[in-house]
Design a protein around this ligand. Structure first.
Ligand code: IPM
Ligand code: MG
Length: 353
């Protein structure tokens, strides 16, 4: 089990350090885990002048799975666009062909009061967003800022090919088959041709999955339904941009963005695993961050890449235990709970394992 470890920027190194403690436990218990670290994002720029240094990309290519912390920080915001940390992340997704991004939103019952929504709206929440990750307006050409008729215009291209839609739709249908067999495809087919094609292709793929109940929803309505009645959803499949937005929204249903892991998979289930939150420069280096999304990302790694659901369960159960024991980092803390640091939370998970 070769795992490339890319801590990145901001709170990245702190949260990844907690996940490494979990890997140490698993290694001690006999799993053949090998890890090697490399810089990405701002750290890649600092080390090699590139947010995705060549050596980091080769390490990631050679690995079975990649664990990533987070990228970005204010000190890099003034760099030329291709040198910015986010570009490193977008490039590694593209280079490794990680087209299927799985973002579960699950509410631990004890955290219902940490959500900004009413507890009865979110209690029992368990949904999965499947976000296409290597296409759409994120990568479409042409793109740029140029002068037309004496003023600057900015432009991007929203584009999906049939094959791109089909492969991510298949992943979503497969996941729906293993869950509640309900899939909602989200787009904006009332306005965008790109979405019109998306809907047509998803309907074609649905013929191979007669057991899955397929529905369609416009993205504006989906954004509203997610806060109105999120439990109506089982699996959502959507494009890159809409998925970026809806997954941040869905994260708040589960109490904190600090709780949500993600998996980005290629066609062979090689994956990059990362928390969906960012690098949180405001609290970086202060041992305050919530490491649970990163630790839960490891659980997803064992489930999807290493096909080891028992280890995935072991990690998830340890997280459930520490939540039940009342351990809380600042982002999920409520009156009466035990407030702990990032590293104390990591230690608590290790103890629970
Ligand atoms: C995410 C992030 C990234 C994205 C940024 C950092 C480029 O928001 O993983 O959701 O937009 O995909
Ligand atoms: Mg995002």
């Amino acid at each position: 089990m070769k795992i490339a470890i890319l801590p990145g920027d901001g709170i990245g190194p702190e949260i990844v350090a907690q996940a490494l403690k979990v890997l140490d436990v698993l290694r001690r218990d006999g799993l053949p885990i090998e890890t090697e670290q490399a810089p990405i994002g701002g750290a890649g720029y600092d080390a090699a002048g590139d947010p995705l240094p060549e050596a980091t990309l080769s390490l990631a290519r050679a690995a079975d799975a990649v664990l990533l912390g987070a990228v970005g920080g204010p000190q890099y915001d003034s760099l030329d666009r291709p040198l910015r940390p986010e570009r490193g992340l977008l490039r590694i997704r593209k280079e490794l062909n990680l087209f299927a991004n799985l973002r579960p939103a699950l509410l631990y019952p004890e955290l219902a009061s940490a959500s900004t929504l009413k507890p009865d709206v979110v209690a029992g929440l368990d949904l999965m967003i499947v976000r296409e990750l290597t296409g759409d307006v994120y990568f479409g050409q042409p793109r740029g800022i140029e002068v037309r008729d004496g003023e600057r215009v900015g432009f991007n291209t929203m584009i999906y090919s049939e094959s791109e839609i089909r492969r991510v739709a298949r992943v979503a249908f497969d996941i729906a088959m293993k869950r509640g067999k309900r899939l909602c495809s989200v787009e904006k087919a009332n306005v965008l041709e790109c979405s019109e094609l998306w809907r047509e292709v998803v309907i074609e793929v649905a013929r191979d999955y007669p057991e899955v109940e397929l529905s369609h929803m416009y993205v504006d309505n989906a954004a509203m339904q997610l806060v109105r009645n999120p439990k109506q959803f089982d699996v959502i499949v959507t494009g890159n941009l809409f998925g970026d937005i809806l997954s941040d929204e869905a994260s708040m249903l589960s109490g904190s963005i600090g709780m949500l892991p993600s998996a980005s998979l290629d066609a062979n289930n090689k994956g990059l695993y990362e928390p969906i939150h960012g690098s949180a420069p405001d609290i970086a280096g202060r041992d305050l961050a919530n490491p649970l999304a990163t630790i839960l990302s490891l659980a997803m790694m064992f489930k999807y890449t290493f096909n080891d659901p028992a280890t995935a369960d072991r990690i998830e159960n340890a997280v459930k235990t520490v939540i039940a024991q009342g351990y809380r980092t600042g982002d999920i803390w409520t009156e009466g709970c035990r407030r702990v640091s990032c590293s104390q939370m990591g230690d608590a998970v290790v103890a629970a394992m």
